[in-house]
Ligand binder design. Sequence first.
Ligand SMILES: [Zn+2]
Length: 379
Amino acid sequence: MPAFQENSVLESIIGNENVMGYLLESIKRDRIAKAYLFYGPPSVGKFKTAIAFVAAVLCGEGGCGKCNTCRRVLELKHPDVLVVEGRGKNIPVEVIREIRLSAYLKPVEGKYRFFIIRDAEMLWEEGASTLLKLLEEPPQGSIFILISASIASVMPTLISRCEKVRFTPVPREKIAEMLVKRGIDFNKADLIARVTGGLPGNAIKLADEPWRMERRDTVLRVARALKHADLATILDMAEELYAEIRAPIEEMAVIYKERKQELSDLMDESALKRFAKAIDEEYSQERLREEINGVKEALQILFSWYRDILVMKECNSKEMLVNVDFIQEIESESRVMKEDCVVRIIRSIDDAFKAVDQNVPAQLVLEGALTEIQEAIRA
Ligand SMILES: [Zn+2]
């Protein structure tokens, strides 16, 4: 049994203390399950916890975070840890077959081999049934951690083979505290924590990538301008938002182009053709994923604006607001706007979310949402 240091890497993860406690206990008692399913909202810390858990199991000191073993696990370079994730819509059966091959090999270094499977809801048909057989009779020393942000879409047969570990959003104060420790001033940290609603992964992204806060500024500016806008202006605004969403995707295009260039220096023409095709496919799936995330992010910001107005109308509480940097405007809007109207707007934003999931093109979703909001305001 490993001797435990005061600060295991598991304890350094913020929020979900019950999960960390449970995992630490299972290591201390040497009762590690063969398979886990970590589930809960995206960016809440499931993958980070999985990696920390693996480090805590493999490290001689319960996850010191500093030794050679911990370091390699945390940097995803340990030979006994394999991470796979979905690309596009599914996890191909070939990937699971590769896992099966490694699962029957002895661990390279310690007692265990770990297989972390992100996006477990993308396991279907042959991939899922191949994995299911593995989980039914797991090879000695192999431990599986499935991760999913939408447990409702994970195959029930897979779920039934796993120890279920549920993650919930992290309190706002804890996220703000974490950001302050990373050198961000309190007001900004508090704002980011509010905007990201209990999801530390998103909070870190917002803190590290300034363009995300700039995108928020654009969306909020649009929200505030809607009541005075005519149809032509609304279409312009939708286009502007869409351009914001597209910007990081254009950057991705440059990276993919460079990767293709590198390959062309290394390969002959026929090999290059095959690889180039795979890269193109990966790029188009990544682009789609980024676009969907971008639209949802924009809709989430719009939603937070009208939700704030409603909160202010009903509770008159500043404490519960998301957009605390616009308190005065939210207050004055809450006096002017009728409750029916705000509720109608919130419903139309909800419909827009559904449209994104039904693959309606991003720009159309934005145009539709903005038009409906404006109609509600004018009604
Ligand atoms: Zn260590």
